[in-house]
Design a protein around this ligand. Sequence first.
Ligand code: GCO
Ligand code: MG
Length: 402
Amino acid sequence: MRITDARVIVTCPGRNFVTLKLTTEDGVTGLGDATLNGRELAVASYLNDHLLPLLIGRDARRIEDTWHYFYKGAYWRRGPVTMSAIAAIDTALWDIKAKVAGVPLYQLLGGASRDAVLVYAHANGPDLDGAVRAVASSLDLGYKAIRVQCGIPGLSSTYGVPRGLQPYEPAEKGAPSEHRWSSEAYITFIPKLFERLRAEFGDELHLLHDVHHRLTPIEAARVGKSLEPYRLFWMEDPTPAELQEAFRLIRRHTVTPIAVGEVFNSIFDCQQLVQEQLVDYIRATVVHAGGITHLRKIAALAELYQVRTGCHGATDLSPVCMAASLHFGLSVHNFGIQEHMPHTAETDRVFPHEYTFQDGYMHPGEAPGLGVEIDEELAAEYPYDPAWLPVNRTVDGTVHSW
Ligand code: GCO
Ligand code: MG
């Protein structure tokens, strides 16, 4: 079953997405997400200029071989651009294989390990009252797990908190905006947020929080310790994970569970954190970590150490990635939770899909393959529109992790 056509579709139905569409000689099509927020065209070029000319004519059934052909064949390894491009090919090939078999993809991944996939919502408030209101609305929608971010007194902008009434969307048109940050202000304020939330909503709700790589290891340890009374489901990205042994220090001081991995691209990024049991959830995703094939290997490594999955699922990961994540999450044994930020109506129209949300859980549906398609005519009405993620500086003007 030869691949006869491979096309990269770049579209901006509210935000930019890069999608790979493969077609076989029998006319079967498969989709893969290749979106890398703020660096979209680098992946499009990597696919168009370097991978797709070698993909045409290959046997679409040889998923594992194709993965290694592009990973080892490039000589240059890893990195978000390379791994997102390989992920897109891999996901599209799994889509094709499942469509040909006439089954939803999760059936090829071992079948369902659970009835549905627990997802967490985002609740963002400009202040404590706003955060409480945002959590209440997510509860009304049926969510059982909610990630809460809140404006910090004294800081004019904070990660996760939208400026107006629109849902949070960090990439902005024009030049990157600059945020100001104070770890001191954050560390003092954040326990007050979760104290209030437990007082308002009780113990049953799962509460999550994203530190977004901003603290030093000892600061992160202090935050984890101060949040212990509020029993978080997880504290995400407490410190940048390039320095993996930093997590030993955090672990020595706190039992607040830790989630890391949305910027990881390969199993080698996860290895030390998993093997030393320095994290509880690994957040690598289909699109940025080499596709279904590679993410299953990461999950298998994590399973040995009782580390569970918690795939990244922000709006900059397309509905194609969301569908793939749900098939993965439904089937993998050590699934933990899946992030869910609903896409805009325009995006959902460009990517009609079978997955559904009900009572805090999602299901990928029973359509053969991924259960998501792309309306190419509609996609063409939304041309690429460059946008950048913000840059962060501490209050004295020093560049800091965003
Ligand atoms: C999350 C993430 C996102 C990222 C975004 C960057 O936990 O959902 O941290 O909000 O910032 O995906 O493009
Ligand atoms: Mg995050």
